[in-house]
Design a binder for this molecule. Structure first.
Ligand code: MEV
Length: 313
């Protein structure tokens, strides 16, 4: 480490279709959003996070990235407008940006594929199990599709783990308007991924639901490629129903999805569920925002078409 400091940022994301099932190698799509995690990392005489001594056992993503990149004694300053544990990619963005800054501090050439591998590894170890969906979206930005037909987009890379393989494509996304509704309930991803794993191990029916999510995702992707927004919205709502059967929705999410549907093409929870956020695809964003607020959620309109990880001056 010879540099004085390195700075990087990565966007948050939402999952359009396919969460949870993607952990088992099914197709999924995520879009980067205009909310970012930023960090500045400099060599130091101990490990510090935002001016406080860092207990690495409480920061598994950072710990993993430091060990993997053989760095110690660093000071990290962070700033983010992605609410944490909200289903909007806060840990994926953190992993991706911190990986980029650590690698830069180590004088490594900026390489998104290496950052995507690094941040997936951090997410996997912190969560106990994971797919590379969030971390590849936060790294490559815009839209990414995992295990979708080759013709939808350009192949970026492939990752294998636990007997699963994910082919990761960058996709072009038609202009669409999405509203996010945040329940205000923080729901860490690890326990929900674990819940689905146990359900799958003890109930054959769970595997059928996971297969069904995969099919609905492929239909949704095909509708998106044809610019058929109405069909895409229907597939999103179907996906929400399947995720509810899997046991990862909750009353608060169902209320916000239900309230949004009267003004939307479709709506669903996004991310691991159990709280966190939902998204609605709509051409009446103000009406959807109002409906979400009336049901106690915090709405915001998100812009997509957002750049992935980058080094900052
Ligand atoms: C969490 O944002 C998405 C999940 O599918 C977990 C993962 O893909 O690692 C629930």
């Amino acid at each position: 480490m010879s540099r004085r400091y390195s700075k990087a940022s990565s966007p948050g994301k939402f999952i359009l279709l396919g969460e949870h099932a993607v952990v088992y190698g099914k197709p999924a799509v995520a879009l980067a959003i205009d909310k970012r995690f930023r960090c500045k990392i400099s060599p130091s005489y101990g490990n510090f996070l935002n001016g406080m001594e860092m207990d690495l056992s409480r920061h598994p993503h950072i710990r993993h990235l430091m060990l993997r990149n053989r760095v110690n004694n660093i000071s990290i300053e962070t700033e983010s407008n992605i609410p944490s544990s909200s289903g909007l990619g806060s840990s994926g963005a953190l992993s991706s940006a911190i990986s980029a800054a650590i690698k830069d501090l180590n004088n490594e050439i900026f390489n998104k594929e290496e950052i995507a591998k690094d941040s997936f590894s951090a997410e996997y170890h912190a969560q106990g199990r994971a797919s590379p969906l969030d971390t590849s979206c936060c790294t490559f930005g815009n839209g990414v599709a995992l295990n979708c037909p080759a013709e939808c987009g350009k192949r970026l890379m492939s990752i294998e783990k636990d007997g699963n393989r994910w082919d990761i494509n960058q996709i072009s996304v038609p202009k669409m308007t999405f509203v996010v509704g945040y329940t205000g309930i923080k729901a860490p991803t690890g326990p929900l991924v674990n819940k689905v794993r146990k359900f799958k191990e003890h109930n054959r029916f769970a595997s059928d639901i996971i297969d069904e999510i995969g099919k609905v995702t492929l239909e949704g992707v095909s509708s998106m490629m044809k610019n058929d927004i109405e069909q895409l919205g229907r597939r999103m709502t179907e996906d929400h129903k399947l995720l509810s059967i899997l046991g990862v929705s909750c009353n608060e999410l169902n209320k916000l999805v239900d309230a949004s549907l009267q003004y939307s093409y479709g709506a669903k929870l996004t991310g691991s569920g159990g709280g966190g956020s939902m998204i609605a695809l709509t051409d009446k964003p103000d009406k959807v925002c109002e409906a979400i607020s009336l049901r106690g959620g915090t709405p915001f309109i998100v812009n997509t078409d957002v750049e992935g990880v980058k080094l900052e001056e």
